[in-house]
Every structure is written in C-alpha cells, then in structure tokens.
Design a protein around this ligand. Structure first.
Ligand code: HEC
Length: 181
C-alpha cells in the first residue's frame, strides 16, 4: 500500500503545482510540465503503470494528467507504436492508415475505442471521405487496461481533439463484451 500511495501523492502535487486553475487545466500541458510517474527506487520498475486501485484513488485532474502522459508513451513507444501508422500529428497516412484527428464518430465511445485497440480492426472504413481497407493488429495481449485507457484518452484529447477521458473500467468492459462483434 505504501509504495502505491507515494506516486499517487506525487501526482496530486504535480497536478496542483503545475496549474493555477485545476478546473481549467489545459489538457495537453500538465503532463509535459512534470514527470507524473517518476520511477522510485522502492516502487515498481520504470514504465510499469500504476495499478487500477491507485489510479482509482486519484482525483479527476490527476487521472487526466496521468492518462495523457502514459498515453503518449504508449502512442509513441509501445510494441506497436501507434504513431508509426497514425502519425505523430494523428493525421495518419492516407490512403493506408486513417487519421485519428476529429474521429469521434468512428471511434465511438470509450468502450468501442478500447475494443479497436484490443481486437484490432480490419475491413473497409471511410474516414473524411477516404476509404481505408487495412489491417490493424490486435493489441489486447500487449497492453494492459490502464495502458489502453491511457492511449485512448491521449488520442481523444490531443491534436485539438477533446472527446473526454477513458477509464480502465471502459477497457475491462470492452474485453468482457467485444462491441465490435
Ligand atoms: C501497422 C499500422 C498501425 C499501427 C502501428 C496502429 N494502427 Fe490503428 N489502424 C491501422 C489501420 C490500417 C486502421 C484501419 C483499419 C481498417 O481499415 O479497417 C487503424 C484504425 C485505428 C482506429 C480506428 C480509427 C477510425 O477512425 O475508426 C483507432 C482508434 C486506432 N487505429 C488506434 C490505434 C492505436 C491506439 C494504436 C497503438 C496502440 C494503433 N492504432 C496502432 C493501422 C495501425
């Protein structure tokens, strides 16, 4: 319990210290200001995400800051680094890889978005008038629920997107009942 609480309190400090008005935290700034999940000697190995229980204990701003930072890590450097295909700017590489900017309808809600990451996606989709018929391989075995919630949150709230945060519970739901079926 002790090792869990230390990073949690650091997160709260980082969130409060970096932003004078927590209610209007600019979504992209907080995570870049301060390393929110600094690996501590006695804590978990670097890169190991906070577990779901300690995530749940955070307030909304700290959750958002944590998810955005963790999500950027997954987006840029997970095994199947999303930016390889969807671009550092989220604009994709038409006509091979679809953009993720402004795509709320295509991603659907968080459960649907998580399911795309867990189960992958193939078959024809149309994004911004462009048809894509590619294959995105499943990531459900590579990424845990917190990582998937984080990358979905990152994609929904960067590059000008503002589609709200996802939670590990959304991801668990997507695993339990695949909405893409
Ligand atoms: C190897 C290339 C590749 C990588 C890497 C990749 N994707 Fe994809 N992604 C695709 C393709 C191709 C599609 C569209 C599949 C289709 O045509 O049905 C897609 C579709 C999506 C969609 C749905 C977009 C929409 O508008 O419906 C989401 C969300 C998504 N990817 C997220 C991710 C995330 C998150 C990661 C990293 C964990 C990732 N992708 C990594 C190729 C990739």
């Amino acid at each position: 319990m002790r090792t869990i609480m230390i990073p949690a309190s650091m997160l709260l400090l980082a969130a409060c210290g970096g932003t004078p008005t927590p209610a209007e935290t600019p979504k992209d700034e907080a995570p870049k200001e301060e390393p929110t999940a600094e690996p501590k000697d006695e804590a978990k190995p670097a890169g190991d995400p906070t577990d779901a229980a300690s995530f749940d204990a955070l307030d909304a701003d700290a959750k958002h800051a944590f998810l955005m930072k963790k999500g950027e890590e997954v987006y840029t450097s997970s095994t199947l680094a999303c930016q390889t295909c969807h671009g550092a700017d989220g604009k994709g590489t038409p006509p091979a890889f679809p953009p993720l900017v402004g795509q709320k309808d295509m991603m659907g809600d968080c459960v649907n978005h998580a399911a795309i990451v867990i189960y992958g996606l193939q078959g024809e989709i149309v994004v911004d008038g462009q048809t894509y018929n590619g294959v995105m391989t499943p990531q459900g075995d590579m990424l845990d629920d917190l990582q998937i919630a984080a990358v979905a949150t990152y994609e929904r709230n960067t590059w000008g997107n503002a589609f709200g945060d996802c939670t590990p519970a959304d991801v668990a739901k997507a695993r339990a009942e695949n909405p893409l079926k």
